[in-house]
Design a binder for this molecule. Structure first.
Ligand code: PEP
Ligand code: MN
Length: 275
């Protein structure tokens, strides 16, 4: 394992314990395998409330949903913005599920942290250094996604930017990297999970939805994530994926999410955790 010398706070020292990140009454990085579920984008009040109720019933611990969306094309749906944040807060109010949502720019950090329980830094912003520093100065936990092109060391350096500002509550999220393979949207690097659990005290979760881009592959990669030692998963769920405004092909229907949870449980228990 070759991991650089620039890393201070995001790597284990001889006597350091694994970091547990507290979100409400949940502990990320504990024996509880965390399941974060929800749509790629918040699209409407009805959609987000419907998803929140269903994933809660199926056993999810947190709700995800993008209000500010980092879309490849400027002509694609960009998210509902602050209105989307308010809808997420309403869904939390009703279900009790803490909310994870993306913040794309330093000037958005304030408003997003008013509504969110966890601030997501998207893959495309993994090296947006002013943004990393800004979330480092706020008190909300940060879910830091791996850049599409980032080495594990570069990813940990990004975590350092947040931590050096005083916010040690960083959760790493493996979401697949770009390779020559075209059959899947990305190549899910589960070896990075095993590597990180060796070298870093930070919790690591996996996003098999973006990691594969293919709905049918999500449940098996979710189970593989648990087996590889991940501390949780984040998956996209939509009431009608065919009508989704973003990432429909990788989003699970409610019934598919319920089945994912059922299949996951024995694997999580086999590695000595609970879900
Ligand atoms: C997302 O979580 O919907 C997202 C945009 O993910 P990523 O930044 O990993 O592409
Ligand atoms: Mn998405």
């Amino acid at each position: 394992m070759r991991i650089g010398k620039n890393l201070k706070l995001s790597v284990k020292t001889v006597d350091s314990e694994n970091r547990v990140v507290t979100v409400g009454d949940l502990e990320v990085g504990s024996d509880l395998f965390i399941v974060i579920a929800g749509p790629c984008s918040v699209e409407s009040r009805e959609q987000i409330l419907d998803v929140a109720r269903e994933v809660k019933k199926a056993g999810a611990h947190m709700l995800r949903g993008g209000a500010f969306k980092p879309r490849t094309s400027p002509y694609s749906f960009q998210g509902l913005g602050v209105e989307g944040l308010k809808l997420l807060a309403e869904a939390r109010e009703e279900t009790g599920l803490p909310v994870v949502t993306e913040v794309m720019a330093p000037e958005q950090v304030r408003v997003v942290s008013e509504y969110a329980d966890v601030l997501q830094i998207g893959a495309r912003n993994m090296q947006n250094f002013p943004l990393l520093r800004e979330v480092g100065r706020c008190r909300k936990p940060v879910l830091l996604k791996r850049g599409l092109w980032a080495t594990v060391e570069e990813w940990l350096c990004a975590a350092e930017y947040i931590m050096v500002e005083g916010n040690l509550d960083v959760i790493l999220c493996e979401r697949g990297i770009r390779t020559f393979e075209k059959a899947t949207r990305n190549t899910l690097d589960l070896s990075a999970v095993a590597l990180l659990k060796h070298v870093s005290p930070l919790p690591v979760i996996v996003d098999p939805s973006h990691g594969t881009g293919v709905r049918e592959l999500v449940p098996s990669m979710a189970r593989a994530s648990a087996a590889a030692g991940a501390d949780g998963i984040m998956v996209e769920v939509h009431p009608r994926p065919e009508e989704a405004l973003s990432d429909g092909p990788q989003s699970l229907r409610f019934e598919e999410f319920r089945r994912l949870m059922e299949g996951l449980r024995p694997v999580v228990e086999a590695v000595g955790r609970r879900v």
